[in-house]
Design a protein around this ligand. Structure first.
Ligand code: X8Z
Ligand code: ZN
Length: 611
């Protein structure tokens, strides 16, 4: 059973056997106040029943995402319908116990039950079926998405190949064609997306939320409006750093492609940033002329030269976790995971991590490429798996993360320890660059971590306004690009219209996965890393700290992970960092020397700041 998904990055499945609701429905109709004992039985009954049902739905989703066919879509949609309907009913019923005097543990469980649904369907079987069908079909369409450059003349490219092309080509026309080609997958999703929003909003209103966005914002142990304000507060703190990076990267791209292609004072064309969504810019690192020390290295090249295969890549990740005291992954992980893209069928390649039975059936599903980027993504995914394992002794309702940003931050925290020093320790490089190479290292990190920040915000800024009705379907694409320009300072390579639906070309929109978690995770991971390095007794610049091999840091991390969702997230944060708040200072301090360097470069080169 799950109130949070077994799988991180795919669907949130929460099940309740509809027939088992009957006694609770009958009780809910009674006017007498419920006793604490009744509340306890309600929750325990649910926890017991939901487990088996959750398992079935999880298996259906695993099969569907690994074998996208007409039939698996229907099977998964049926499971999703049952899940969604039950979760919604359950959330409604749970309110009956709001005022019952409950132990802190039961009160927490009740709260989690009330938030158990991510996209509630209205109380109408026809609408429930329609919503489940739309949700599954959008996810499948994304998985099947391809760009066929010259019709049938050349092979079609899936997202894995398109990502490679956008990462490596330096021909702006070719990049533009690929960008346009991939974004075409969104257009057919538009009407279904609009209908999905209507249905989800109707379901949310029945639960007492004004719309789906209000429901999503309510899951952070604080009033939803405060949560939104927190995000803006943190973003305002980091915006100057982003602006400095943006100005420098734009200047460097203009040097490469010319001012006609990359005009100063304007948003950066989105197809030139090395990624289909311009969300992380690490793939244009080689175009930056930051001072490279003699010992600088190309991890992708090293991994390829050493003939590392997909399994070997994952082994590096497992080895890191083992070094800080986590038990090795189970044999079934190696037997059941998907590491490479099958040649003969459609799968959803977007990386995800699963614990199918909520015990130790850990798996990842990923179309691994032998690159530095996927080296990092593997650590990200394994972070989910080790978290899932750490909380699997909790009662079912607590088998989740403190908040969804925590789940996304664990593996990234470990990846922050993939420093040159660490790579030397495990024999992947021969020499560690001197301190003079730190600017270059920080720039490489910033292209991934800092560049992402406004992207992490913007996806759900857009969705929240779509859900609230502020953005109407007739302006989906226009508002998408307005927000992307406002926050990220990027623009599409050609004019877009409402015949396009560019949000559909980003996995989490058709897969309906909330995105603010990734913004949170970018902040938390630096907070976690700062705290773990302190535990490890490290003194020095944070970018040079690796907790590899440090059992004390591993134990501290594991203690927090084992809490699962049993405590409000500020308590979980406190257990590892001593802080109660989302705090951008760890990230800002990490990049402070780079900020100074960027500002000097921008001034020296007359690179304007802003757009
Ligand atoms: O979706 C993911 C993970 C799976 S939870 C690969 N990430 C976001 C994305 O790719 O858009 C990780 C970083 C942001
Ligand atoms: Zn993730």
């Amino acid at each position: 059973m799950k109130t949070t998904p077994h799988c991180w990055c795919a669907f949130a499945l929460t099940l309740l056997l509809a027939s088992s609701l009957a006694p609770h429905l009958a009780r809910a109709r009674q006017s007498t106040a419920p006793t604490p004992d009744e509340a306890k039985r309600f929750i325990e009954h649910a926890e017991q029943e939901l487990f088996d049902l959750g398992l079935k739905a999880e298996r259906a989703a695993w099969v569907q995402l690994n074998f996208i066919t007409f039939d698996t879509e229907i099977i998964a949609a049926d499971a999703q319908e049952a899940a969604n309907t039950a979760a919604t009913n359950y959330a409604k019923l749970a309110h009956r116990y709001d005022k019952a005097p409950l132990s802190p543990e039961l009160a927490r469980k009740l709260l989690l039950l009330e938030h158990a649904t991510e996209f509630p369907a209205p109380d109408d079987p026809k609408a429930q079926k329609e919503l489940a069908t739309i949700l599954t079909s959008l996810g499948s369409d994304y998985g099947k998405g391809k760009w066929c450059p010259d019709g049938a003349a050349k092979p079609c490219l899936d997202i894995t190949k398109i990502e490679r092309l956008l990462a490596t080509s330096r021909d702006p026309e070719e990049l533009k064609r690929a960008w346009i080609g991939w974004h075409a997958i969104g257009a057919p999703m538009r009407d279904r997306y609009a209908r999905m929003v209507e249905l989800g909003n109707a379901g949310s209103r029945e639960l007492g939320y004004s719309d789906v966005g209000a429901l999503w914002r309510s899951k952070y142990d604080m009033p939803p409006d405060d949560f939104a304000r927190e995000l803006d507060r943190v973003w305002e703190q980091l915006r100057p750093l982003y602006l400095s990076l943006h100005a420098y990267v734009r200047g460097q791209l203009a040097k490469k492609y010319g001012k006609d292609v990359v005009p100063p004072n304007s948003p950066i064309p989105a197809h030139l940033l090395g990624n289909p969504w311009a969300q992380e810019w690490n793939n244009v690192y080689e175009l930056m002329d930051s001072p490279k020390p003699a010992q600088s290295y190309d991890l992708s090249k090293i991994l390829v030269e050493r003939k590392t295969d997909a399994r070997g890549m994952v082994k590096y990740g497992e080895n890191f976790f083992s070094s800080i005291g986590f038990a090795p992954l189970p044999d079934t992980f190696w037997q059941r995971s998907l590491f490479t893209k099958p040649q003969d069928r459609d799968v959803v390649c977007h990386a995800s991590a699963w614990d199918v039975d909520d015990q130790d059936d850990l798996r990842i599903k990923m179309c691994i490429q032998i690159t530095e980027e996927d080296f990092r993504v593997i650590h990200h995914e394994l972070g989910h798996n080790y978290y899932q394992r750490a909380y699997n002794q909790q009662p079912p309702l607590f088998r989740g993360s403190a908040n969804d940003g925590f789940h996304e931050a664990v593996g990234d925290t470990i990846a922050l320890s993939v420093t040159p020093e660490y790579l030397k320790t495990i024999g992947l490089i021969d020499a560690v660059p001197p301190a003079s190479g730190d600017t270059d290292y920080l720039l490489r990190q910033a292209l991934e971590k800092v560049a992402f920040l406004p992207f992490g915000l913007v996806i759900d800024k857009w969705r929240w306004e779509v859900f609230s009705g502020k953005i109407k379907p007739a302006e989906y694409n226009k508002s998408w690009w307005e927000l992307r320009q406002k926050y990220q300072g990027i623009a599409p390579p050609i004019a877009r219209t409402e015949a396009d639906f560019d949000p559909g070309a980003k996995y989490h929109v058709p897969a309906n996965v909330p995105y603010m978690r990734y913004f949170l995770a970018r902040i938390y991971q630096f907070q976690f890393q700062r705290a773990l390095c302190k535990t490890a007794g490290y003194q020095g610049p944070l970018n040079r700290c690796s907790i590899y091999g440090n059992k004390g840091a591993g134990e501290k991390l594991n203690t927090m992970l084992s809490l699962g969702a049993s405590k409000p997230w500020p308590e979980a944060l406190e257990s590892i960092t001593g802080q109660h708040e989302l705090d951008a200072s760890a990230l800002a301090d990490y990049f402070a020397p780079l900020k100074t360097w960027l500002d000097t470069q921008n001034e020296k080169n007359n690179y304007p700041v802003g757009w």
